[in-house]
Write a protein that binds this ligand. Structure first.
Ligand code: CU
Length: 162
């Protein structure tokens, strides 16, 4: 092989190596923005997840009736011929519950047998019924004072969620 041929081959090899090196460097430079982009995307995903979690917390609280006031769940309940409003009360197991019950017409009563509650409700008076929701499940409540022909239909449900 001629010396000049060797030189040309060596030159080509050198150029190839240089080009390879440059390409690699370029790739290396490209890596950084991609990584930055990924971390930005991760941050964005974390932010979205946080917002969704906050939303879930507020939504899950909406599952329950009334409002939490100084750690006690206060729920207003109205009785009239011949229904309770709301007809379903949802609380969380273990929490302290304060029912603020009132009759809008005649004397009714609020009876929740599972919780040993029987409160007479004279018309127009707010009555406070407090208990701790120690038992989970669905419990029946009813009007415990005869109030007229539809008295037997005055029912409701207390749901104590785990
Ligand atoms: Cu009744």
């Amino acid at each position: 092989m001629k010396k000049s041929t060797l030189l040309i081959v060596a030159g080509i090899l050198l150029i190839t190596l240089l080009l390879y090196g440059c390409t690699r460097k370029e790739h290396g430079q490209e890596m950084k923005p991609v990584a930055e982009q990924e971390s930005a995307m991760t941050e964005y995903a974390e932010e979205v997840e946080l917002k969704e979690r906050e939303k879930r917390v507020s939504e899950s609280d909406e599952e329950y009736s009334g409002n939490k006031v100084n750690g006690v769940r206060e729920i207003k309940i109205e009785a009239r011929q011949f229904a309770f409003e709301p007809v379903t009360i949802v609380v969380k197991k273990g929490e302290r519950v304060r029912l603020i019950a009132k009759s809008l017409d005649v004397t009714h009563g609020l009876g929740i047998e599972a919780y040993n509650i029987d409160q007479k409700l004279p018309p127009g008076q707010e009555k406070f019924i407090e208990f701790t929701a120690v038992k989970s499940g669905k419990f029946h409540f009813h009007c415990s004072v005869y109030c007229g022909t539809g008295h037997g239909k005055m029912h409701g449900t207390l749901i104590v969620k785990e």
